[in-house]
Design a protein. Structure first.
Length: 149
């Protein structure tokens, strides 16, 4: 599998519009070479450079098998992120430049999870069902604008 974005290239800067400094919308993602037999996709976006350990920005599962996730969309069922919400929370590092890992998984089943689903619960549910996976890394450093929520 291959994961890219028209918004940024691998290891390059994520545009401000995809952060709380802008519109805080998820970037468009292009998924290529999805394996035969894929029944659903799952997506985890996290920041391993966060001061208190990896910070989860987005958890989405039961995504239909598609080649593109559109900008500012809800492509599947959203789980809880570390902001305590079920939505996309864009990059907002407290200092320095952080890396943001967009990880897509091709699964051999629709998970149909219920209850509180976070990254750990999703990863546990995916065990034994991952046909392939791909990763796209973007970077972001806060500008001089004030962060407001």
């Amino acid at each position: 599998m291959k994961l890219t974005s028209p918004e940024f290239k691998h290891n390059e800067l994520i545009p401000k519009k995809c952060t709380p400094d802008g519109e805080d919308t998820n970037p468009a993602l292009v998924i290529e070479e999805i394996p035969a037999g894929t029944k659903s996709l799952a997506l985890i976006v996290d920041d391993p450079d966060a001061p208190r350990g990896t910070w989860v920005h987005w958890v989405v599962y039961d995504i239909p098998v598609v080649n593109r996730i559109e900008e500012d969309s809800i492509p599947g069922t959203q789980g809880m992120n570390d902001f305590g919400r079920k939505d996309y929370g864009g990059p907002c590092p407290p200092s320095g430049t952080h890396r943001y890992f967009f990880k897509i998984y091709a699964l051999d089943k629709v998970l149909g999870l219920s209850g509180r689903v976070d990254k750990a619960a999703l990863e546990n549910a995916m065990k034994g069902h991952i046909l392939d996976q791909a990763e796209l890394i973007g970077r972001y450093k806060r500008g001089s604008s004030i962060f407001r929520r």
